[in-house]
Design a protein around this ligand. Structure first.
Ligand code: B12
Length: 479
């Protein structure tokens, strides 16, 4: 008998980074439309971290005799219906649940067996049960081999539940053979740790991956970087939620990476600015940019959302130190947290001037189902949608409000937010930020210009929402 074939599918969301809102579909015509659909669409796709899904790369690298695995990334390829697959795995992300379930239904109708896994399945297995033949609950690094072995022996079970979070030091290597390299702006995605010691209530990483930071062996990561470089010499993206979560480990690892001469980006806490040694190692190992979560500039807001690290008073000095070390800073804010007042808008603007942040991201709070903040907002009656409706959590670029802020009436909040993004994301500022960026000037320009476009779309969506809110209010007062 031939090999059993398994297809692993990445499903794009119909909003946000992957979705149509990206191109502002409703508005255009003529030449502009052609340009946007062609060139711009490609630029945007690449600009928007068009990186391969590491989850599927990990699963696709699990070696089981008698099984061959392929990845289909529906952002770039159409579904290969011309082959008969013995098993199809779909990664279900909160924010893309609907398209994932729809695809699953279609495939099952055609007689394929579907296994569902990923963040949403891990957090809401009961809601997924009816939508797949097999569920994998939790981090599947180890258990995927059992699934493949069971497939081979025709004894697939309905559910595989990961009881203990995988030990990352066991050293499974990630291969790229199952990827189409040319689709992505880089395929060098590496994760060195998993788990998050913090408990910010708007995030679900600690829910999915636990509080303990689990490390891979430094040797394994170094070997992976070396092998990745053979296939693709482009930039590396370290996907760790906090690449400096364990400073000692990070220092050792990135010191060993210095000789490889790579350039890399990642996510960190601004605390890095206080560790000159680590900063120096990051810079020498090729770190070009770091995304840092600043959230609110009102300390009481961060506290209300259980974010206790990175006290606000240290942020300015830390960000300056990171930039002085030659590393660009992508500063991610959330405007509208619980203790935020309308003054936050001005505070963010002044902070951007003060720190010279290279790429600002000014987000609306998106309550992700399964997080502490989602449950709290639902209990307090502040969600704008039913708590059982998980499809309302769409990926977005500030396209719509999903809740009522605590201290600012929504009718005042939306204009304040849109006025802020209008001031912050201008072509002039994009050029100025790029000129001042410590490195990666082209990328800083591209991101800022992309945000001029995205936040412009977001303002249109939000003004539509303002109108709807006003109509709703008028209707209720008529009744
Ligand atoms: C890299 C990353 C991105 C990248 C690229 C994503 C990509 N194409 O892979 C970029 C920057 C584009 C991105 C964007 C966004 N992201 Co993001 N991102 C991440 C990050 C940091 C790492 C993801 C990753 O590779 N993890 C490592 C892999 C190994 O873990 P995993 O995906 O969970 O997979 C394991 C299991 O879930 C399971 N599994 C997964 N799939 C499958 C499938 C099968 C069949 C099986 C059996 C098992 C299985 O096994 C895997 C191995 O253990 C995570 C945080 C995190 N720690 O995971 C956030 C995270 C996934 N992102 C998140 C969000 C909210 C976003 C944005 C909406 C942010 C925004 N406002 O724009 C956008 C939306 C993107 C979009 N589609 O529009 C949330 C998702 C919430 C959720 N799904 O419940 C996360 C969890 C962070 C958070 N809590 O806020 N993101």
């Amino acid at each position: 008998m031939g090999k059993r074939s398994v297809l692993l599918v990445f499903v794009p969301a119909d909003s946000g980074v992957d979705g149509p809102s990206l191109l502002g579909e409703s508005e255009r015509s003529g030449i502009l439309q052609g340009l946007k659909d062609g060139v711009l669409k490609n630029v945007i796709k690449r600009a928007q971290f068009a990186i391969p899904p590491l989850s599927l790369m990990i699963l696709g690298s699990v070696d089981e005799p008698g099984i061959e695995q392929h990845i289909c990334d529906l952002r770039f390829e159409s579904f290969p219906l011309d082959r008969s697959w013995d098993l199809i795995g779909i990664s279900v992300q909160t924010g893309a649940v609907k398209p994932a379930f729809e695809l699953s239904a279609l495939l099952r109708e055609k007689g394929f067996k579907v296994v569902l896994g990923g963040p949403y399945v891990t957090i809401f297995p009961e809601r997924c049960r009816a939508h797949g033949d097999v569920l994998v609950i939790g981090e599947a690094d180890e258990i995927w081999k059992d699934v493949l072995a069971d497939l081979r022996h025709d004894r697939l079970q309905k559910e595989y539940r990961v009881r203990e979070l995988p030990d990352l030091s066991l050293g499974h290597s990630v291969a790229k053979d199952v990827l189409e390299l040319r689709h992505y702006f880089t395929t060098n995605v590496v994760q060195t740790t998993r788990g998050c010691p913090y408990s910010c209530d708007f995030c679900n990483v600690h829910v999915m991956n636990g509080h303990k930071v689990r490390h891979r062996n430094i040797d394994d990561v170094v070997r992976e970087v070396e092998s990745f470089l053979e296939k693709d010499r482009r930039i590396f993206f370290f996907l760790d939620d906090t690449v400096n979560a364990d400073e000692e480990y990070a220092e050792k690892l990135f010191r060993e990476l210095i000789p490889f001469n790579i350039s890399w980006v990642g996510q960190a806490t601004t605390k890095l600015g206080e560790n000159k040694r680590l900063l120096d190692v990051f810079s020498r190992s090729g770190c070009g940019a770091l995304l840092v979560g600043i959230e609110s500039l009102a300390e009481e807001s961060n506290r209300a959302h259980h974010k206790f690290h990175n006290p606000v008073e240290r942020q300015v000095a830390c960000i300056r130190a990171i930039r002085e070390a030659g590393i660009c800073v992508y500063g991610s804010f959330i405007y509208g947290l619980d203790e935020d007042t309308i003054e936050q808008a001005g505070a963010i603007e002044a902070f951007l001037d003060d720190t010279g942040i290279d790429v600002p991201g000014i987000n609306l709070l998106r309550p992700i189902p399964g997080t502490g903040v989602f449950n709290r907002l639902a209990d307090e009656g502040r969600l704008l949608h039913d708590r059982n409706d998980h499809d309302s959590f769409r990926f977005s670029w500030g396209q719509e409000m999903l809740y009522r802020p605590k201290k600012i009436p929504i009718e005042a909040f939306i204009p304040s937010y849109t006025a802020l993004t209008k001031r912050v994301f201008t072509v002039k500022q994009a050029i100025q930020r790029a000129a001042k960026a410590p490195t990666l000037k082209g990328a800083v320009l591209m991101f800022n210009l992309f945000y001029v476009h995205m936040y412009n779309l977001s303002r249109k969506d939000l003004s539509r929402q303002m109108q709807e809110l006003a109509e709703d209010k008028a209707k209720t007062s008529d009744e």
